[in-house]
Write a new protein. Structure first.
Length: 258
């Protein structure tokens, strides 16, 4: 599954595999409905681990859709038939990585489940899925799935972030460019009395918290969730009379654990 979805979300991810997959389910005192929901989700996780479309058909309604945000910021959508075709040639192959259920929330005939998938590689990748389920005719089924994918990056090494997706560093910290509310840097080919500066807004997520920080090209460091985040550079550089869209910006940052 990871290879199939990576073709859409990260066309150049190129992950390599090195370890067998594992599935982690938190040990909690579950109600009968909670257990029934988890059983359906475990079929889904089995499908991910072994590229098993039969398990997916058991878990999903036939009309269920998969939704995600494309690199251009627009919404992408897959039908079950489109998704299953991506497994041609890999059915039954075990995927490496760690799959885990992070949370289960059941209210009457509706439920929401958060799932995390970590896949090794250089770089590795992380998927976070939000599964919505309904109990229809006494049977729980997944009615839709939304997900986000992120590249894993090592601490201390610069990496690029943009508005299309986040990057994950060890310590379960995610960094994403949100906006560039100020860019007064002196444009290429223009003589200026002041070099100017850019202000870049980032969203930083930890396992249980989220913060928004602004870093400037003349004030480049902030400490968030016991990690130091440094803005190394921001591209493209301005040119006279050529506005830069938010989607064009790439910020190079480094993250180190304090």
């Amino acid at each position: 599954m990871r290879n199939a979805l990576a073709a859409i979300v990260f066309l150049a991810l190129g992950c390599t595999h090195s370890a067998p997959a594992s599935v982690t389910v938190p040990a909690t005192a579950a109600t009968p409905e909670d257990s029934a929901v988890r059983t359906v989700v475990m079929r889904y996780l089995h499908g991910l681990k072994f590229n098993d479309t039969v398990a997916f058909r058991d878990a999903f309604l036939p009309d269920a859709k998969l939704m995600f945000v494309k690199n251009d910021g627009s919404m992408g959508e897959l039908t079950q038939a489109q998704w299953y075709r991506m497994f041609n040639g890999v059915v039954g192959k075990e995927e490496p990585g760690e799959l885990s259920i992070l949370s289960v929330d059941v209210s009457g005939t509706a439920a929401s489940v958060k799932v995390r998938e970590l896949y090794p590689g250089n770089p590795g990748s992380e998927y976070v899925d939000y599964l919505n389920l309904l109990r229809i005719g006494g049977e729980w089924r997944i009615v839709n799935k939304i997900y986000v994918a992120s590249r894993m990056v090592p601490t201390g090494k610069p990496f690029a972030v943009d508005a299309a997706g986040s990057r994950v560093v060890p310590g379960d910290v995610r960094v994403q460019l949100v906006d560039v509310p100020e860019d007064s840097r002196c444009a290429i080919g223009v003589q200026c009395v002041w070099a100017g500066r850019a202000r870049v807004r980032f969203r930083v997520d930890s396992a249980n918290s989220q913060r928004t920080i602004d870093l400037r090209t003349d004030s480049t460091t902030a400490v968030v969730f016991a990690h130091t985040i440094t803005l190394d550079s921001l591209l493209p550089y301005p040119r006279a009379n050529q506005p830069i869209a938010k989607s064009q910006y790439r910020a190079w940052v480094r993250v180190t654990r304090d």
